[in-house]
Write a protein that binds this ligand. Structure first.
Ligand code: ADP
Length: 839
């Protein structure tokens, strides 16, 4: 089954939406986690680098300051030595003791292992003593920074870096201080006599810086107060270079201690600067960013190495899940489509069946009507133009077809939920007796005994449907029970339910087949035992039971018979309007008005009814029917609902509205099973076309509509459940000019006997429901019937006890058998004589 392209597209879009959402849901946390890890690790690295560089610059500046301070202390100590002070006499260079001066300067240089060059200048800046460079003696150094610094501050002065005049030590800083005479006159300082200066080679600073840089793993630069590079990574600068030549030049403007990024020919450096107090120098420390972030980069690589495949796996998982999900959605969509199609097909099937059944019934109506007529056609001697078996075949086949169509139609109605039920409180006992009585011929054919145990119970149920269910269960039981077997019908109340069970002593049903018997068209068990049937009876019976809120269940053991139990709600069901109790009403004998639009049907109906002794009036339209009803005041109207011009429903309405006609009972005959309308409008019963004439005649007698009894003929009531006996007795008596009314069971017989005056009652003894003994006793007990002579016609061997029960209530007991017709003729003869006398 293919899903429409539009729906497919919608499913794909839905899958993509869900996929995108799922991917977002799964990947966003992954990305956030990875980003957080990276940011945190980078921040940690940055903090660590910043701390390291700050420490390094602080350490370097402290070491340099310390070194310079120690040299300052050394020079100041040397300047205060008394022998040097004496050697300068009064400060006049002409009075200087040059030998002593050189000796003192020499001692200073040796103290620093020759790493310091020292000199003495007079107060005009002329070099007067220089043991390391005697050639410079007499030169003027008054423009040197250190000289100017001492003159300006009056104290010790550390100069900026400069190019020294001493060739061997080109780049130096000089520390200079006054050599003062003894303080006089309360002054704290004595008068300056000369200036002692010592130069420190920049290599010494470079050494300190190199040591620190090596230990800390960083690059260090030192700049003096004029912005000249004093030290740099890779060694002391070969010339006195400005800061601008170093990559960290831009850091000079950044606040002290702040970590900044610096570009060094494409390589990024992280740098920090620090002041060397009190020299005014600056220490710069830097590390390549890549090196500093090596740890963070490793973390990033690891995180990416984990997160990337994880992301791919998650996406692949989502994709696979979506594919599966999409398949499931498609399967669900297909399932829904299939379900809709199945529903549609089922509806179409029901409609088809309903239409077909309707169409089939119409011709069947004619077939059955005329086959019945043919079957009752009088033979002309031994000649008969149509063999009676053929007609029987037509009739049996037609009936079978009709039953099948009715079953199929009912089933489709129940399936489509269109079954209409007319529940009314019915006497279980009576209903069961009637059903059994109707199957009397079949039971006696197979010599089956039925034992009924039913307490007085009333159940709310559709009478016709109940009969249908029971008929199915009983006919199955009859079908499967071997000759001479027994069938049990039991009923009891269990809480809110009534259980009616039909148990047979047939072959039973295997457990595997038990569920299948309720499936349409399923036939189970031994193929040889399957006699006809369609496999529709049980499914339909069960659906009907379910439509009443009940069910049918099965218990069976192979070889030990089967029990079908019908469960129904027991609560009495109140009907708004009780149907007329036609059975209790006594109608005067008289004519039947048939209002039927279909001439074929009306003719066949009239023939059959007239043969049974009824007066029949025909009307082909509603208007004629109403006129006929007014003029002949019939005892019963059989009304077809499908009439030309004035519709049958309106005819019924007018009959019921007319005070002169409303008392006449109306039974509907209709092609459709539309009971509700008829009953609602006041009809007493409803026959679905084609009307089965035997059933109609039985119904008429059952409701006391009997042909008019003639005072001039002998009227005999025959009560027997066996149709064959009834036929034999009726024919025998009719040949003698006797009018015969037959009743198929004790209940009907008793009612007819009370309602009409018969000259003789012939009664069977063994009957389902009320048996012959009871009927005879009741007739005897009723003053209205006590005097009617009763003949017992039985196939039973009567015990003495039986005879005692009948004694005084019957005329005679005739045994069923070969002599019956002769015996009956004899008795009719006698009755005729007696009647002639008594009338
Ligand atoms: P049908 O009798 O028309 O075949 P049903 O629906 O009434 O259809 O029954 C279905 C099948 O169940 C029968 O064909 C038969 O095989 C089985 N079945 C029904 N009742 C009995 C029973 N009392 N004993 C054994 N088998 C039965």
């Amino acid at each position: 089954m293919n899903i429409p392209a539009g729906e497919k597209g919608a499913l794909t879009r839905k899958a993509m939406r869900v996929g995108a959402l799922a991917a977002l849901g799964a990947l966003v946390p992954l990305v956030v986690l990875a980003t957080l890890t990276l940011t945190k690790s980078e921040a940690a690295v940055r903090n660590e680098v910043e701390a390291r560089l700050r420490l390094t610059t602080a350490l370097s500046s402290a070491l340099i300051a310390e070194q310079v301070k120690s040299i300052v202390l050394l020079i100041e100590g040397a300047a205060r030595r008394p022998r040097l002070v004496q050697a300068l006499a009064d400060g006049d260079p002409d009075h200087f003791d040059h030998a002593e001066i050189d000796q003192q300067l020499q001692a200073l240089q040796e103290y620093r292992h020759g790493r310091t060059t020292s000199g003495l200048l007079d107060l005009d800046g002329i070099l007067r003593g220089a043991p390391g460079a005697p050639e410079l003696r007499g030169q003027d150094f008054s423009d040197r920074g250190y000289f100017k610094g001492v003159v300006a501050t009056g104290g010790t002065y550390v100069s900026e870096a400069f190019v020294s005049a001493v060739r061997a030590r080109p780049f130096v800083v000089s520390i200079a201080t006054y050599v003062r005479g003894l303080a006089t006159g309360g002054q704290s300082l004595g008068p300056p006599l000369g200036v002692l200066a010592a130069s420190v080679e920049l290599g010494e600073v470079q050494e300190i810086v190199d040591n620190v840089a090596a230990v800390q793993g960083v690059n260090l630069w030192i700049a003096d107060q004029k912005g000249h590079l004093v030290a740099a990574p890779g060694g002391r600068p070969t010339a006195l270079l400005p800061m601008a030549s170093a990559p960290i030049e831009s850091v000079t403007t950044v606040p002290v201690g702040r970590l900044v990024g610096v570009d060094d020919h494409g390589e990024e450096l992280l740098a920090v600067r620090q002041q060397v107090v009190p020299l005014g120098w600056t220490v710069f420390a830097a590390v390549p960013r890549e090196q500093a972030y090596a740890g963070a980069t490793a973390i990033r690589t690891t995180v990416l190495a984990i997160a990337s495949p994880l992301g791919v796996i998650v996406c692949a998982g989502i994709f696979l899940l979506l594919r599966t999900q999409r398949r499931q959605w498609r399967a669900e969509a297909q399932l829904a489509l299939a379900r809709d199609e199945a529903r549609d097909a089922s509806r179409q099937k029901s409609e088809f069946l309903a239409n077909m059944s309707h169409e089939l019934r119409t011709p069947l109506n004619a077939i059955l009507g005329f086959s019945e007529l043919m079957a009752n056609e009088q033979a002309d001697g031994d000649d008969r133009s149509v063999p009676s078996e053929w007609i029987d075949h037509i009739r049996t086949g037609g009936r079978h077809l009709l039953a099948l169509i009715n079953d199929v139609l009912d089933l489709s109605k129940v399936e489509a939920g269109r079954i209409e039920l007319f529940p009314e409180p019915i006497e279980l006992c009576t209903a069961i007796d009637e059903a059994v009585a109707a199957l009397g011929p079949l039971l006696s054919d197979r010599k089956l005994r039925v034992t009924t145990t039913v307490p007085p119970l009333t159940i709310p149920i559709d009478r016709i449907r109940f009969r249908q269910i029971l008929n199915n269960l009983l006919s199955n039981a009859i079908k499967f029970t071997p000759t001479d077997g027994q069938i049990f019908i039991n009923a009891h109340r269990a809480g809110d339910q009534v259980h009616v069970s039909v148990t047979d002593t047939g072959p039973g049903i295997s457990p595997a087949d038990q569920a299948r018997v309720f499936t349409e068209f399923a036939q189970v068990g031994d193929v040889k035992l399957r006699t006809g049937g369609t496999g529709l009876g049980l499914p339909l019976a069960r659906r009907l039971a379910q439509a009443h809120g009940g069910d049918i269940t099965l218990q069976s053991e192979p070889g030990h018979g089967a029990r079908f139990t019908l469960t129904l709600p027991a609560a009495p069901h109140a009907r708004p309007e009780a149907p007329p109790d036609s059975a209790a009403t006594t109608y005067p004998s008289g004519g039947i008005l048939v209002i039927e639009g279909d001439t074929t049907a009306s003719l066949s109906l009239r023939t059959r009814l007239e043969r049974a002794g009824y007066l029949v009036t025909l009307a082909a339209t509603g208007e004629d029917g109403l006129a006929a009803a007014r003029s002949c005041q019939p005892d019963l109207i059989l009304l077809d609902l499908t009439l030309p011009s004035l519709d049958g429903r309106r005819v019924l309405q007018q009959l019921k509205d007319d005070p002169q006609l409303r008392h006449i009972p109306v039974a509907i005959i209709n092609i459709d099973d539309d009971q509700e309308v008829g009953v609602a409008l006041g009809a007493v019963d409803y026959f679905v076309k084609p009307v089965q004439h035997d059933a109609l005649l039985g119904w008429l007698v059952h409701h006391s509509f009997i042909p008019p009894l003639d005072d001039h003929t002998i009227n005999v009531l025959v009560i027997d459940d066996d149709p064959a006996t009834l036929a034999v007795v009726t024919q025998t008596l009719q040949r003698q000019g006797v009018q015969v009314i037959d009743a198929a069971n004790g209940t009907d017989g008793l009612r007819l006997a009370r309602a009409h005056t018969f000259d003789l009652i012939i009664c069977d003894l063994l009957m389902p429901g009320i048996d012959g003994f009871t009927v005879i006793a009741a007739l005897h007990d009723d003053p209205a019937t006590r005097n009617v002579p009763v003949l017992v016609l039985t196939s039973q061997d009567l015990t003495q006890n039986d005879r005692n029960r009948l004694a005084g209530k019957t005329l005679a007991i005739i045994a069923k058998g070969g002599e019956t017709p002769a015996d009956l003729q004899e008795w009719i003869h006698r009755i005729t004589e007696i009647t002639a006398i008594t009338r």
